[in-house]
Design a protein around this ligand. Structure first.
Ligand code: FAD
Length: 397
């Protein structure tokens, strides 16, 4: 495979990058306070501008109102989108996974009511698996239950880290619905409007000193019609996998965009700032930062594109996704950490975007499965291939 950016994507990547640098970067500090009326108004303006400039929902399928960029093309664009934390919402890409999930698995009624406003950015989605009372990296332990009564699902449970629930129109909730099935066939996804009686946001959980909309939510006898089930009963794990697999590739490409931005700040400062009679970049220890970061960024890029290519060819690519989820998150953290170090005290102020990027990079090693779980499942898959005599071939085709 070629790792070059395909020629036909150069223009759209450039337009997206220009939009982010000229429109999104200057208002990032206003957007940091995401709950505030001012932040919401600023974001709304950005969304309108992106629509006017033809940059909205680039990766969403055309039949649901997007621009239909093919998966692999979109991966290359997402690398640029990643440069700003706020660009996913500004460009309408934040709803991609949820809108595809609704398109594929929701009842006609739900699709008709929610899909168009979701893709248009008029409403926001949220997704609830994680629970405070059980180790949710092993989701077979989840305790939230839904019982079918008189044509309605009645849901009781307790979730947290339902990101975006504070502004979402609905939450897709992973619930145990089957008593007698094996664990992996016992859970279902049910869509719950956030204004349902019994849906109660307990708090916006403050994380590393900031409110990011990572809500704790109680479900107290919430009743929704039977048609709010996504896909068949007991298919929760299979739907989650379909949602998370490509989603992890999108994360990884965005992390590369973040890392590139941090790397630019690292190298520019290394060339400009003088200490002990010469620029920082002429000190060997700083050269090592430059070198190690280049190795890690480029390795992560190759791994991500390789995984993306396999998915594009119709494979599940679970080993490749496991490798890049762990390596990509660590790369992101390391590169931003070095960029902060080179900036000195300025690196931990809000005068550069590095402080916020560092905070969010720490999350990346936990969300969508902590490092250790991906290490476990990926290593097991490779070892199983050896057990059956196939071995593991790293050759690229
Ligand atoms: C910023 C952020 C946003 C998030 N957004 C969402 C969201 O929108 N929706 C949602 O449902 N969830 C969300 N999450 C939650 C996230 O998916 C979970 O935190 C994650 O799955 C881990 O579950 P847990 O927190 O219960 O950790 P636990 O399962 O309790 O695990 C704790 C630690 O134990 C270790 N561990 C676990 N298993 C193993 C193992 N097999 N071997 C070795 N060590 C192990 C790991 O170090 C792990 O970090 C978000 C999390 C963050 C930080």
């Amino acid at each position: 495979m070629s790792f070059e950016i395909p020629d036909h994507l150069l223009e759209i990547r450039k337009r997206v990058q220009d939009f982010i640098e000229s429109r999104v970067y200057p208002v990032e500090s206003q957007l940091e306070e995401r709950g505030g009326a001012e932040a919401q108004a600023v974001m709304k303006d950005l969304m309108e501008e992106a629509k006017r400039e033809g940059l909205w929902a680039l990766g969403h399928p055309k039949e649901i109102g997007g621009q239909g960029l093919p998966f692999l093309d979109y991966v290359y664009v997402n690398e640029v989108v990643g440069r700003s934390e706020y660009a996913t919402v500004a460009l309408g890409t934040h709803s991609l996974q949820d809108s595809i999930m609704l398109k594929e698995f929701a009842s006609d009624e739900w699709r008709e009511r929610y899909l168009a406003p979701l893709v248009a950015g008029e409403i926001f989605p949220s997704f609830a698996m994680t629970e405070p009372d059980v180790a949710s990296s092993d989701p077979t332990q989840l305790r939230t239950r839904a019982v079918l009564e008189d044509g309605h699902w009645v849901i009781d449970g307790h979730k947290w880290f339902t990101s975006g629930a504070d502004r979402a129109a609905y939450t897709t909730v992973m619930c145990r619905t089957e008593d007698d099935a094996p664990d992996h066939d016992a859970f279902s996804m049910i869509v719950v409007p956030t204004d349902s009686p019994g849906y109660r946001i307990v708090r916006d959980v403050r994380v590393m000193g900031h409110y990011g909309g990572h809500c704790e939510v109680r479900y107290e006898g919430v009743r929704v019609p039977e048609s709010h089930l996504l896909g068949p009963r007991g298919a929760g794990f299979r739907i989650a996998q379909r949602r998370l697999g490509p989603g992890r590739i999108f994360h990884c490409m965005r992390w590369l965009g973040q890392a590139q931005r941090a790397y630019d700040l690292l190298c520019e400062r290394a060339n400009e700032r003088v200490a002990f009679g010469k620029p920082l970049g002429e000190h060997q220890q700083i050269q090592k930062f430059v070198f190690d970061s280049a190795c890690e960024i480029q390795s992560a890029r190759m791994l991500t594109l390789h995984a993306a290519q396999k998915i594009d060819q119709g494979e599940e690519a679970r080993v490749e996704i496991g490798l890049i989820k762990v390596m990509g998150a660590q790369m992101l953290h390391n590169v931003i950490d070095r960029a902060i170090q080179v900036q000195g005290a300025r690196g931990v102020t809000e005068d550069t975007p590095l402080e916020g990027m560092y905070r969010r990079a720490r999350f990346a090693r936990i969300y969508d499965g902590p490092d250790e779980v991906h290490v476990m499942t990926t290593a097991r898959r490779i070892l199983r291939a050896y057990q059956v005599g196939d071995g593991w071939d790293f050759g690229l085709r």
